[in-house]
Design a protein around this ligand. Structure first.
Ligand code: ATP
Ligand code: MG
Ligand code: FE
Length: 338
């Protein structure tokens, strides 16, 4: 089954053709990041306008790269939640137009489920059940993936997402948006023990996270130093901050795996590209004899190939939509009913 997939939940306009959930025939991403950089973060209205301009040429290129016409496509999958509402609506409405004109089924896909599905492309043998750490710009969840469309959140962040914390701390260190990637690069040359930063825990919720106190601690360090006319060494700060975030992520994920008896661990989302997180989880999984799955680096961030992968399993589960499909800014990963 060939699925044409569309993604426009944030600042990437993406389209892909994916066969049977695993084989990527084409994947096109138009990123708006250079424009949003000017403002230090994503400006929602600009994002919507750029999606409107990009969605037709990006989709056409995905079809051309796959060497297919719309007639040869079996269904249209689209990210419908969660994300920036004006951005999502561009993809959803375009997908509805395609579905109507080409008379193809329409498959709504949850953005975080698709981040997880990036792993089905990277590891064709991977099947649920498994335990997944979803770490992205807007979310930090530990998810029990019991089936392709049967997911349960067992822990999440109480405040900032890991990616958001990386981006805000990186900004305070003078790095351009989105700072997570840059911080990861610079941290490689720093001393992670140079600064002692808090490792916040949530009382009574061993699988939940809290990153806002850690982010504020590093921002305060920088401001206090500035007031005294001092400059802190950025590589050491970056390395110490990265270590603190990764310590928290790894600690809770390992605790959850032990408690739930999971032997298959998966990571997903933009922050799953973090090199320290990947190394540390690799060590932990070797030590415990667990199998670790990580998305290929080019599938960690937002893309449409992952939407095509998840879309296939949503279709098999009977999850198609009518032309009254709407976008939702927020939606639990379990689905609309929560
Ligand atoms: P969500 O998926 O929650 O809706 P999003 O789509 O904006 O949010 P993603 O595209 O999944 O988020 O990921 C982007 C985030 O990943 C940004 O916060 C970015 O800084 C972070 N990120 C990317 N690479 C790295 C890295 N190597 N280390 C740390 N963070 C990273
Ligand atoms: Mg993005
Ligand atoms: Fe995302």
């Amino acid at each position: 089954m060939k699925i044409l997939a569309l993604e426009s939940s944030c600042d990437e306009t993406a389209a892909a053709v994916v066969e049977d959930g695993r084989l990527v025939r084409s994947s096109v991403i138009a990123s708006q990041v250079e424009e949003h950089k000017l403002y230090g973060g994503v400006v929602p209205e600009i994002a919507s306008r750029r999606h409107s301009e990009a969605i037709v040429p990006v989709t056409q290129k995905a079809l051309d790269d796959a060497g297919m016409t719309l007639d040869e496509i079996d269904a249209i999958a689209v990210t419908y939640a969660p994300g920036l509402i004006g951005a999502l609506l561009v993809g959803v409405n375009f997908a509805k137009g395609l579905s109507l004109s080409a008379k193809k089924p329409l498959i709504p896909v949850h953005h975080l489920r698709s981040h997880i599905a990036a792993n089905y492309i990277t590891a064709p043998e991977l099947e649920p059940p498994f335990l997944c750490l979803v770490v992205s710009g807007g979310h930090t969840h530990i998810v029990e993936v019991n089936g392709y469309t049967d997911l349960r959140v067992i822990g999440c962040t109480r405040d900032d997402a890991a990616g958001e914390a990386f981006d805000k701390a990186a900004r305070a260190m003078g790095m351009p948006y989105p700072g997570g990637v840059e911080m990861d690069r610079i941290a490689e040359n720093g001393d992670p023990m140079a600064f002692r930063l808090p490792h916040p825990k949530v009382d009574g919720a061993p699988y939940d996270f809290s990153f806002s106190g850690l982010k504020t601690a590093v921002i305060n360090l920088i401001h206090n130093a500035k007031q005294k006319g001092e400059e802190l060494p950025v590589p050491d700060l970056a390395a110490s901050f990265r270590k603190a975030v990764v310590d928290c992520l790894v600690q809770n994920f390992v605790k959850a795996a032990e408690a739930f008896g999971s032997k298959k661990l998966v990571i997903a989302g933009g922050v799953s590209a973090n090199s320290l997180l990947r190394r540390r989880l690799d060590e932990e999984c070797r030590k415990h004899g667990w199998k670790l799955y990580m998305p290929a680096l080019n599938l960690c961030g937002d893309n449409a190939a992952m939407v095509g992968a998840q879309g296939y399993y949503e279709f098999l589960a009977g999850n198609t939509a009518g032309l009254d499909l709407n976008a939702c800014a927020e939606m639990p990963i379990q689905g609309p009913q929560g």
